[in-house]
Design a protein around this ligand. Structure first.
Ligand code: SF4
Length: 709
């Protein structure tokens, strides 16, 4: 490090581990990134993505100036911010006047900072008067939100990263931590090396790098998780490996659940899951005899048409064994995105409101409306991600504002999404990287500041809030997301509430956070003791952190009290349901999608760093060797993969880590890299009825060799 190098502590912008980074820069350019040894999430470690953040500053990919087009089919031209936002305000005002508040929608992102989320929430709910504000977190963790709320009465993941190191038995379900949460996985690997007696169970249809660490790998049929968890509880009951005192003192609904799981005999469950009875018995034995038992899960459970049932069935195991609220024990969902938790806190799903409130609850709406000093908040249900793009396609949404996300690559059933974006009368895209597939559809393209240039808060998977700090100025005329949103909102106010004091006189992220935090007062996540200054003084903290607190809260429910009406956690007795799309003769394989170690989402940022293609250069379809042989395919043969929604041509390779009948492809490539509409042209829009999270992990497909002319 040269003498002129400045160092700014901040947070990695990729995954929900939320690692602290030290940005090395000269005030103009970022030269390097190292792990922050003082940050409790990573203690100095970084993965391949975090440690190459400084290589992702390619200005040719960045948006530098607003661009506007005044008609479909015309080219966009550079414009001034004033022109851009006045035009947007006029179009939104006209649309609202003609078609009402639910004719517009906002689709935002788990990449946004807490203050950005808050500004969007106030814009949609208080000014526009719609609940049509959803986030790409709908695709990521909305099933976990429903799971926690059904089981605990509150969206409160109870554990800390330290519990992962201190647990005696760790169950990892539907998560390839080694790729998706690499620093956390490294902490686990190191802990297991120090304490070889620690047992690790991995539940995953693939033998992933994570499964390589496991003492027991249950390579189950995709989508059979509820049956598995009920079957494990059946054995725990049979063997007496439950905590009757905890159940009696702190839970409700156990008798109903007992009646449900009575039918899930080991033989039946082994058949549904494609496992052996002995594997189920061994798994139950490890859980039932462990002094402490912790479970981690991610997209494999959440991205399912039974996502909320997967969550509650796993939480049932903890409640039945009393494994919660203690060191090394508890159910612990991992968030994919860096600030998915901040989205939950600020109410950035269409069914939520700030402070872990529900949009459907009249008292909650009144509380927020009073705080914002507006008459009332909208009571009509907001559209969730899949519903939202269907509504755009059907012409019910006339103006759509997209921020910091790329639905033209990431939402399932891409054919519909592209049709919707092409047909929508007015599309605004607020984005740092103007290279994404979605930007193509923008009538108005607004350049946003990005990581290293903007300031605000993020909350990681363990409820820890960190300060994201700017190191260098944003390029061109790019502006922070909260500032774009508030500037637009003030211009829209001139149409919707002329002459009234503005609701959006924000002065900066610290002031926005201070406004937001009082909406959490007395609630499960109470943030009122925190501020930007407090975090700067005492470091990242875990909520709740009420006024007067001196440190955060590492573990919840230690007293066995839950935030339900009767103070008891609830057993949820939901039956196993088979996945929505079944294999059939025309589509005989099940396609799973997931992350690579070195890429992030649609690759808008990681795709700019050549080094990150060293691990995997291109998307390849993995098939079990038997399925390759049956089709007389050799490695790297080109194949056409077809689902009911579309098809793609990719190279294929034999991969013995899969079960026969399964196919796997990484999720990151969109149509700027591939011919066709990218990987998600194949995936299906079926979703969980409660969480509305789509079943991205499971689509029926056919694979056939492509004969080159
Ligand atoms: Fe960033 Fe996640 Fe890697 Fe940490 S583990 S450096 S937060 S991508």
């Amino acid at each position: 490090m040269s003498q002129t190098t400045l160092v700014t502590p901040s947070t990695c912008c990729y995954c929900g581990v939320g690692c602290g980074v030290l940005i090395e820069h000269d005030g103009e350019h970022i030269h390097g990134v190292t792990g922050d040894p003082s940050h409790p999430a990573n203690l100095g470690r970084l993965c391949s993505k975090g440690s190459t953040l400084h290589l992702t500053g390619d200005l040719t990919a960045r948006g530098l100036y607003p661009e506007l087009r005044l008609g479909k089919g015309l080219a966009r031209a550079r414009t001034h911010w004033d022109t851009a936002l006045d035009h947007a305000a006029q179009v939104f005002a006209d649309t609202l006047a003609e078609h009402g508040p639910d004719s517009v929608a906002f689709y935002i992102s788990g990449q946004l900072l807490t203050e950005d989320y808050y500004a969007f929430n106030k814009l949609a709910r208080a000014l526009v008067g719609t609940n049509n504000l959803d986030s790409n977190s709908r695709l990521c963790m909305s099933s976990a939100v429903v799971g926690y709320k059904r089981s605990f009465g509150s969206d409160t993941p109870p554990c800390s990263y330290e519990d992962i190191e201190q647990s005696d038995c760790l169950l990892i379900a539907g998560s390839n931590m080694a790729y998706a949460h690499p620093v956390l996985f490294r902490r686990l690997e190191e802990a297991k090396a120090r304490r070889p007696e620690m047992k690790v169970i991995v539940i995953d249809p693939r033998r992933t790098d994570t499964a390589e660490l496991a003492d027991l790998h249950l390579q189950l049929q995709p989508g059979s998780d509820v049956a598995l968890f009920h079957g494990l509880l059946h054995i725990l009951l049979w063997e007496g490996w439950i905590d009757r005192a905890f159940i009696d003192a702190h839970t409700s609904g156990f008798d109903e659940l007992k009646r449900t799981v009575r039918d899930y005999t080991p033989a039946m469950v082994a058949d549904i899951c494609g496992l052996r009875v002995e594997q189920l018995q061994e798994c139950a034995r490890l859980i039932g005899n462990a002094p402490s038992f912790l479970s981690l899960w991610c997209m494999g459970l959440n991205q399912s048409s039974n996502g909320s049932g997967n969550n509650t069935a796993l939480i049932n195991l903890h409640l039945a064994t009393g494994q919660i609220g203690r060191t090394g024990a508890g159910p612990f969902s991992l968030t994919g995105q860096p600030n998915a938790m901040g989205g939950r806190e600020t109410g950035s799903l269409s069914n939520l409101l700030p402070g872990h409130r529900d949009a459907a609850n009249p008292e909650h709406r009144d509380e927020v409306a009073r705080y914002w000093q507006v008459g009332q908040l909208p009571d009509s249900p907001g559209l969730t991600a899949i519903e939202l793009f269907e509504a755009v396609r059907d012409g019910r949404i006339k103006a759509l504002w997209i921020a910091c996300t790329n639905p033209a690559q990431s939402v399932p059933n891409q054919t519909l999404v592209h049709q919707a974006l092409a047909a929508c009368p007015f599309v605004v895209v607020q984005e740092a990287f103007f290279t994404t597939e979605t930007c193509r559809y923008a009538d108005l393209l607004l350049p946003a500041a990005s990581w290293g240039e903007k300031e605000g808060m993020v909350t990681n998977s363990e409820r820890r809030i960190s300060h994201v700090r700017p190191a260098v100025p944003a390029p061109g005329e790019a502006r922070p997301d909260w500032a774009i949103t508030a500037d637009f909102a003030r211009r829209l106010e001139r149409h919707l509430r002329p002459g009234q004091p503005s609701l959006f006189d924000f002065t900066g992220p610290a002031q926005i956070f201070d406004e937001f935090k009082w909406l959490t007062e007395g609630r499960d996540l109470d943030l009122t003791g925190l501020s930007h200054a407090v975090i700067d003084e005492i470091g990242p903290q875990q909520w709740p952190f009420p006024t007067g607190a001196h440190q955060g809260t590492p573990r919840l429910y230690a007293d066995g009290e839950f935030p339900t009406a009767d103070g008891r956690a609830r057993f949820v007795a939901e039956q196993y349901r088979a996945p929505q799309e079944k294999r059939e003769p025309r589509y005989p394989l099940t396609l799973n999608t997931g992350r690579l170690r070195d890429q992030w989402h649609g690759m808008s940022r990681t795709g700019t760093a050549a080094r990150l293609f060293g691990h995997v250069e291109e998307p390849i379809l993995s098939l079990h060797p038997d399925d390759m042989q049956r089709r007389q395919l050799k490695d790297n043969a080109l194949v056409r993969i077809s689902s009911r929604r579309g098809s793609l041509v990719l190279p294929a390779k034999a991969d013995p880590s899969l079960r026969p009948g399964e196919a796997y492809v990484p999720m990151h490539w969109g149509d700027r890299f591939l011919k066709g509409l990218g990987i998600n042209v194949l995936t299906q829009p079926a979703y969980d009825p409660l969480s509305k999270q789509p079943e991205l992990k499971l689509s029926a497909v056919a694979v056939e060799a492509v004969t080159l002319p």
